[in-house]
Structure formats: structure tokens, C-alpha cells
Design a protein around this ligand. Sequence first.
Ligand SMILES: NC(=O)c1ccc[n+]([C@@H]2O[C@H](COP(=O)([O-])OP(=O)(O)OC[C@H]3O[C@@H](n4cnc5c(N)ncnc54)[C@H](O)[C@@H]3O)[C@@H](O)[C@H]2O)c1
Length: 278
Amino acid sequence: MSASPRSAAGATNLLRGKRVLVTGVLTPKSIAFAIASACQDAGAQVVLTSFGRAMSLTRRSAQRMAPAPEVLEMDATDVEQVRAVAGQVRDSWGGLDAVVHAIGFAPEDCLGGGFLDAPWASVSTAFHVSSYSLRTLAAEFVPLMPETGGAIVSLTFDASVAWPLYDWMGPAKAALESITRYLARDLGHRHVRVNSLAAGPLETIAAKSIPGFDTLKTSWQEQAPLGWDSADAAPVADACVFLLSDLARGVTGEVLHVDGGFHSQGAPSAALTAGARA
Ligand SMILES: NC(=O)c1ccc[n+]([C@@H]2O[C@H](COP(=O)([O-])OP(=O)(O)OC[C@H]3O[C@@H](n4cnc5c(N)ncnc54)[C@H](O)[C@@H]3O)[C@@H](O)[C@H]2O)c1
């Protein structure tokens, strides 16, 4: 059973034969849950990772996928754990074709309006978990990828502008997007593609910890030309399937917006605002 019934990936078989490691599944509302389900629907074998107290929640979510994927323990800030998971994947699959980085965290004092007050200890945690971990995953998992190449996709929230209350997660996402480009530079010769998806606001556990999330949701309804359903991660999952697939073989170092077109508009247009009111 898939919890993302609106995913269009099922009909495609785009990932047939691919082995995909997906981080960041916490609940069925996690963006990574929609991605993992869409990858399975598109023919991939999937393994999940989680960590600490989240493990039991992730295992419960995995039971809602068919087949239920294995869940391995991996704190993305713990290189030894990441290395151990790489060893487990090598033992069971012999290699890996793709990695999805769906990991984000910032301590409370990094969000919600105290930008000038947040201490470095908190900011460095936000960067370590949300940005630098992409480099850690690349360093440990790329050696498992075949000579023909592989793909890494991460999730960002458009870091080219400042947002209300998002505070230090903004610079952490800017770093993630930049790391994406540098990894693309250094891994291109291995035919490993590294891209990021800039999703619109989606109702997940991570989103609940962001003060002002409802303001973002409302802005999206007023400004996204295609509209935006913040309860539906399937459009993001489908774009991820594309980026992981051979159809995207010429795409790397890219930040692809899956946001209903919000980023392309400078302000809400009268037509959209009227639509949102209707
Ligand atoms: N929800 C949104 O509106 C939105 C929009 C754009 C981008 N994103 C990004 O999407 C990604 C997934 O978030 P989500 O919204 O699905 O929320 P979520 O809460 O479901 O997922 C966040 C995940 O990060 C994991 N995580 C945190 N610290 C970790 C660590 N040290 N090691 C390994 N995993 C760790 C958590 O266990 C959780 O599974 C995040 O990078 C988030 O910033 C979210």
C-alpha cells in the first residue's frame, strides 16, 4: 500500500533494478515517505535509515509500504554509523545506485525570530545535521555506486531569499545547496549526479517546529500559479524519481523547484489572490 496515491511514478518503471537508500522517513507524512513509496512504485528496491528514538516510528511507517523496507540505524552526524550502514548495504545488495538525503534539524533557538541571538553551538548543530551530513553521506555511499554512476538527491527550502522566522535553517539550506554544487563538481567524473529539490511547504513533523509555517502556507496559496497542496508530497516525490532516474542523466548541481511555481512570481497576482479567496 502506498500513502502517496497521487504519485504518478507507479506507471513508469523508471527505477527498475535500482537500489535506493532513503533517509528521513519519520511518519507517513514525511516527504521521504512519499519519496520511498514512489521509488518502490517505480520499480526500485528501497532501504530506509532512521536514528535513536525515531527508529520505532520509522519502523511503524515502513510497515505501511509494500514491501516493508528494512530500517537501518544511522545518525547522519555520526560517521561511524554511516560507515556501518554502508557496510550493511554492501553486504546485502553488493552496491547502491542512489541516496535520498531528507534530513533537517535546528535547535529551537535557531528558529522563530532570534536570528541575532542564536548561539554558535546551536547554529553549528543545524549546519552539521542539515548541511554537512550531505557530504558525509556522499563520502561513504558513493564508493558503493557502480562505475556507470549513481544519483544523490537532497531536499531544500529555496535558500536564495530570506524567509520570515525560518532563521538559521535558511543559511543551513544555502550551505546544503552549495554543497550540492561542489559535490556535483567532484563526483561528475564518477558519473554520480548530485541535485536538490526545493519543495514548497509541506505539513510534516519538521514543519511543525517552524514558527510561522502557516504564514508560508497562505503565501503559497496566494502566489503559486499552479496552486499548492501542503498535505500532498507526491509532486515532490515524483520529481525525485525523475532526478534519480536515467532520464535525468544530463542533470547535476541543480536545485529544482517543486513549489507550484511560487519562486517564479515576485508577488501574488490579482488573479491568484481571487482564486485563493474563492
Ligand atoms: N516540510 C516542508 O515544508 C519542507 C519544505 C522543503 C524542504 N524540507 C526538507 O525536507 C526534509 C525532510 O523533512 P520533512 O519535512 O519531511 O520532515 P520530517 O520531520 O518528516 O523529516 C525530517 C527527518 O530528519 C531526520 N533527522 C533529523 N536529525 C537527523 C540526524 N542527525 N540523522 C539522521 N536523520 C535525522 C528525522 O529523523 C526525520 O526523519 C528536510 O531536509 C526538510 O528541511 C521540508
